[in-house]
Design a binder for this molecule. Structure first.
Ligand SMILES: *Cc1c(COP(=O)(O)O)cnc(C)c1O
Length: 370
């Protein structure tokens, strides 16, 4: 197996992958309607449950072909009963995406907004639940990738349940990186795509959720044809296959990535991401850069760095300098603050971050920014 040029991706996904995952996609052509392929998906679905410690008698995983946003669309449009409301606990861009889905499908919803620099205030969430007994679904992103803020999903989930609502959380940027236990964390539905925490390829997304709720949703109003949770679930149950063409090669890559996930282990992987994150903060401090979010509420996976206050700063030039040397950084505006992001996703190590900061320092000196 020939080594593939290794790029260190510090953007918020897709992430740096291993060569074994890349090469797992090179397989003999196969029709995905073969039993052999259905068998692969069956194992994949049950392995996904293990990643979030979901008991197989209560939870299922449903696969979709699409980027992570398809999960947001599907959960929001499929799980709202007639005449009920969805409460979106919103402190960032990815929660706003769920609000946009509600708007697009004309769903009754409450956009409960908080500062993007802070975690949502639980008292406000509770008040909204108290005042609106018709809320059937509470939605909140776990790790807001746009800022790096980690939200208190366990508490929000408990509150949702206390008021008789189900809890959906977008775990696209935390699943497989921050330990999640759907039962203890009060999660009815979570979601991710293969190219983030699992370090596979893009094109495969999945929702892990409560079977009884999916089955009940059979009688909810249908709002989409392609993006309907019950329809895809029922098709899997009946045939073991995706309703429509699956992302065949990405599925092979994800199977390999899950094998490597279990080999590395949840605790060790979490510790590795943490160590990468610490190395990012060390480098930022060393160069005198400033961050936008209070460290105490950061996920430990994404750091938002403020643009240096210097007339010579030009994100594109610095990006290109780093990119040519194998490191990718990613821009992102938080409210009115211009930032770029350094992320600890992917198969990378603290040494990669040390190497990156050597290059970043060179870039900043080259363009007379420091
Ligand atoms: C990446 C990401 C998504 C999905 O984005 P796509 O561009 O559709 O892959 C959804 N939610 C969060 C929190 C994410 O980080």
């Amino acid at each position: 197996m020939e080594a593939v040029k290794r790029n260190v991706l510090l953007n918020p996904g897709p992430a740096t992958t291993t060569d074994t995952v890349k090469y797992a996609q090179v397989v003999p052509d196969i029709c995905p309607r073969e039993e052999e392929f259905a068998g692969l998906m069956k194992n994949l679905r049950s392995d996904l449950l293990k990643v979030v410690h979901a008991p197989a008698d209560q939870y299922t995983s449903v696969l979709f072909c699409g980027s992570g946003t398809i999960n947001i669309d599907i959960c929001v449009n499929s799980l709202l009963p007639e005449g009920k409301k969805i409460l979106v606990v919103n402190n960032g861009a990815y929660n706003s995406r769920a609000v946009e889905v509600c708007q697009m499908y004309h769903l009754p919803h409450i956009d409960l907004r908080f500062s993007v620099y802070e975690q949502p205030r639980l008292a406000d969430v509770e008040q909204a639940l108290k005042e609106n007994p018709d809320i059937a679904v509470v939605y909140c992103c776990h790790h807001e990738t746009g800022t790096g803020v980690l939200n208190p999903i366990r508490e929000i989930g408990a509150m949702a349940h206390h008021y008789g609502a189900i809890f959906i959380t977008d775990t696209t940027a935390s699943l497989g990186m921050i330990p999640l236990d759907v039962v203890k964390d009060n999660v009815d539905f979570c979601m991710a795509s293969a190219q983030k925490g699992l370090m596979a390829m893009s094109g495969l997304s999945f929702i892990i959720g409560r079977k009884d709720i999916i089955e009940a949703s059979k009688d909810y109003p249908t709002r989409s044809y392609y993006c309907n949770l019950y329809m895809q679930y029922a098709y899997f149950e009946k045939t073991g296959e995706m309703h429509f063409t699956p992302p065949v090669q990405t599925i092979y890559a994800t199977i390999q990535a899950l094998k490597e996930y279990f080999e590395e282990g949840e605790t060790a992987k979490f510790a590795r991401h943490r160590a990468v994150y610490e190395a990012i903060h060390d480098g930022i401090d060393r160069l005198g850069l400033k961050t936008a979010i209070d460290r105490r509420i950061e996920s430990g996976l994404v750091v938002s760095v403020k643009y240096p206050d210097n007339p010579n700063w030009d994100f594109k030039k610095v990006h290109d300098y780093c990119y040519e040397r194998g490191f990718t950084i990613y821009p992102g505006k938080i409210s009115t603050t211009d930032t770029f992001r350094l992320c600890a996703l992917g198969k990378i190590y603290p040494q990669d971050i040390k190497d990156f900061f050597v290059v970043l320092e060179q870039a900043l000196k080259h363009y007379h920014i420091i």
